[in-house]
Design a protein around this ligand. Sequence first.
Ligand code: ATP
Ligand code: MG
Length: 471
Amino acid sequence: MPEPASQKKDAAQPAAVIALPPTALCVLDVLEGAGHEAWAVGGCVRDALLGRPSGDVDVASSATWREAQRAFEARGLRTHETGTKHGTLTVIADGSPVEVTTYRADGPYDEDARHPKSVSFVRSIEEDLARRDFTMNALAYHPRRGLLDPYGGRADLDAGIIRAVGDPARRFSEDALRILRACRFAAQLGFRIEEKTFEGMLANKGLLVRVSTERTTREIEKLLVGRFAGSALLSCVDVLAAVLPELVAMKGFDQRTPYHVHDVLEHTAHVVDATPPQPLVRWAALFHDMGKPALFFADARGIGHFYGHPALSASMARGAMARLSLSSAFAARVLELVRRHDDALSPTPKSVRRMLASLGGDVELFRALCDLKRGDAAGQAPFCRSRIKEVDAVEALLDDILAADEAFSLGHLAVNGRTVLALGAEPGPIVGQALDAALDAVIDGEAPNDPGALRAFLAEWLAEHADKARS
Ligand code: ATP
Ligand code: MG
């Protein structure tokens, strides 16, 4: 067991008053009322000390899961047997789930570094805290007994340091996911990773290939949407490379163009930070320039060019996402953004309607593209920032088009396939082609979207088309 910084159980600091979520207080109350010991632990204590909202609530208790279940059921609370093999029971308090885990120590991890092969149940909260990953997560709190902090987690929280509990190399070799957890905590909290901890991460990053892609993908996504994602990408790139080797070529790659003052990775980090913290646009920001290093060439004046880089970035992103665990529908939308991030999009109704049509009428994707383009401009040389205003104008036009319910997809057209057939067209591909032509005409403002005008347009188009087919 790692040597605690402050040893004894009565090292709890009763003076600390922490605003735990009410659900945690209720669960502690029920367990202690039934004669067990229970503490709020891990992330919810860390987040309460930081004054940030907590993702989920974890409680550690001397009760076995069956004892805990009896205590909750006696108070009319519903439970789910979510991980009883590992001593975990989920109780629903005030409609929210709280995980209650019996004090335990993890045995050796299995070959794919995913789960402890066995867990052994231990008697004290201190022994339980020893198995936790970082000092800031090895904190326990009880409203009467105060804060239990055997590894100096509070001081590390105050100093903004991520530090492994115990010997870093051993802790990362037990469970390599902890390596990515450190990176994502850096991204969420803006903390720095302590040197020995970082060395342990580097030395064991090769073990990440054995961790399930569901778990690694979840951590990378949490990193990407973190408030300090850009700085974590830069500081952790050598570790992240074990999962995303494509990042290596981006690091330090001088673009040698007046549009850029940063290397490709720094630019990417700026773009990530300058986009809203949503998975779709952040994944696209991560990938958008990935193809640049491979396509670089310098012209006679020594200026760098990257012709075709969106297509290569998209193809590399496809490969990266296939290794990760992202749904194919989500990956397709990320690819669309990467592919189009450099497309011209001028603030004219025609250009906006065209782009919307070519995105299949997906308004959310269009807005994400605007976010990506704004982020991209924000990450370029200062003189490129005027492009941000241009994208704002594009989005304002989009709002107008949506408010006016203007046509940008076949579904919006005042005519349909039956109209084309009624005009005498043979059933077949020509029907779709005629409708596409009608939509183009409406988008370009050459025909109004009303049945009479479009019937006239279609009749003319069909006649012309039939003429062409004959000649
Ligand atoms: P989040 O904000 O994502 O919930 P968290 O730190 O609470 O962050 P959880 O996955 O909810 O993360 O885990 C709860 C606690 O369990 C952690 O704070 C930590 O004490 C411990 N823990 C989680 N994963 C590991 C791990 N892989 N190795 C060691 N301890 C872990
Ligand atoms: Mg948590």
